[in-house]
Design a protein around this ligand. Structure first.
Ligand SMILES: NC(=O)c1ccc[n+]([C@@H]2O[C@H](COP(=O)([O-])OP(=O)(O)OC[C@H]3O[C@@H](n4cnc5c(N)ncnc54)[C@H](OP(=O)(O)O)[C@@H]3O)[C@@H](O)[C@H]2O)c1
Length: 334
């Protein structure tokens, strides 16, 4: 144990500000807001700032940290940094944390370093556990559907991962709607029900509403967690007046500058006005918009600073919308 263990979690972390919602028909509850480690937690980022952000999240009731084998950049380094944070801060709180990881996208070279084979999923989770300095994860996801591997093989690997004690629950992410009946039934019949589906969902990307994924999860008693709920930061005040040098759009290629047209900026400004009329920031309103429906168990935000966390968690204070507000939001965001 390092001697710089100076962290004591805030006594107020469960003071009722953060709601916890039951995940589908399971016994486990997740915070309305979870923290994702895709960006801002890798080897290219400032570790102290990332650490402060994770501490701020936990201090404010965010008990769910979402990772994947290839989060960084560099691949694997978000998990390594979480491992450091476990030793520096969170080890005494392991039982209060719900830590997830995933495998599916490219992680290492050769035929066994991506997609959905048993070989890849099992090896990847072993690597993830070593990097994160954990004995088990709370939830392991198959990160994407593999059209070439039999679904039975991928699902059976998830079942066996739970039986081995390396994950308590399993979930799927980015799977097409046509595969859900099979996945949910296969897992349920083997007493390892799918806990949650992780999909992209925000005001500007409503595909999971339109293609029936949200409804299917709800009917099957499977939770749903919305990733990129701020559309990578577009649904915030970040880009209302240009492109800040420290923003995701300026720093990497995942959020392209070309998307920031004058039309988009004008629509974001009008959405920002609606948020202001509700006494919210745009990011608070965007998260509240997702949390207005009980089909969404948790919104999975990214954050590059503790201040962003402190803003985003305020979303839970006002998740009611008038019909007029919803109509205006629909017009501006689609
Ligand atoms: N399953 C999958 O395939 C998949 C795919 C993508 C993501 N995910 C998961 O979802 C998580 C979230 O995704 P995401 O990072 O795209 O989420 P997001 O919440 O849509 O975007 C996060 C970015 O929004 C900005 N932001 C957040 N709070 C803000 C605030 N209060 N004010 C101004 N700007 C704010 C920050 O941008 P700046 O960095 O510019 O400050 C932050 O990095 C990931 O970390 C990952 O865990 C999963």
């Amino acid at each position: 144990m390092p001697d710089n263990l100076d962290y004591k979690a805030a006594d107020t972390r469960y003071d009722g500000r953060m709601p916890y919602f039951r995940c589908g028909h399971s016994g486990v509850k997740l915070p309305a807001v979870s923290l994702g480690f895709w960006h801002n937690f890798g080897s290219v980022d400032d570790f102290d700032k990332a650490h402060a952000t994770a501490r701020c999240a936990f201090d404010n009731g965010i008990t769910c940290f979402d990772l994947a084998n290839n989060y960084g950049p560099e691949y694997g380094t978000a998990e390594e940094n979480l491992g450091r944070m476990m030793d520096l801060s969170f080890r005494p709180y392991r039982d209060e944390l719900f830590i997830t990881t995933k495998a599916g996208y490219d992680m290492w070279p050769g035929p066994y370093g991506e997609w959905g084979s048993r070989k890849y999923l099992m090896s990847s989770l072993d690597q993830s556990l070593r990097r994160m300095r954990l004995d088990y994860v709370d939830l392991f996801y198959s990160h994407r559907y593999d059209p070439e591997t039999p679904l039975e093989e991928t699902m059976q690997a998830l079942v066996d991962i739970v039986r081995q004690g390396k994950a308590l629950y399993v979930g799927i992410s980015n799977y097409p709607v046509e595969t859900l009946d099979f996945c949910f039934s296969y897992l349920k019949e083997r007493d390892v029900p799918c806990l949650i589906y992780q999909g992209r969902y925000n005001m500007m990307d409503r595909r999971v509403e339109e293609n029936g994924i949200l409804d299917k999860c709800y009917e099957a008693g499977v939770g749903f967690t919305a990733f990129s709920p701020l559309n990578q930061g577009l649904l915030s005040d970040r880009y209302l007046r240009g492109i800040p040098a420290d923003s995701r759009m300026a720093r990497n290629h995942f959020l392209k500058k070309e998307v920031l047209t004058m039309d988009l900026v004008s629509r974001l400004q009008r959405l920002n006005d609606i948020a202001a009329s509700r006494s919210q920031t745009l990011s608070e309103m965007a998260l509240a918009w997702l949390l207005k429906d009980s089909t969404v168990t948790s919104v999975l935000v990214g954050a590059s600073s503790p201040e962003q966390i402190l803003t985003d968690i305020k979303a839970v204070n006002n998740t009611g919308f008038t019909a007029d507000e919803l109509y205006e939001i629909d017009k501006l965001s689609r």
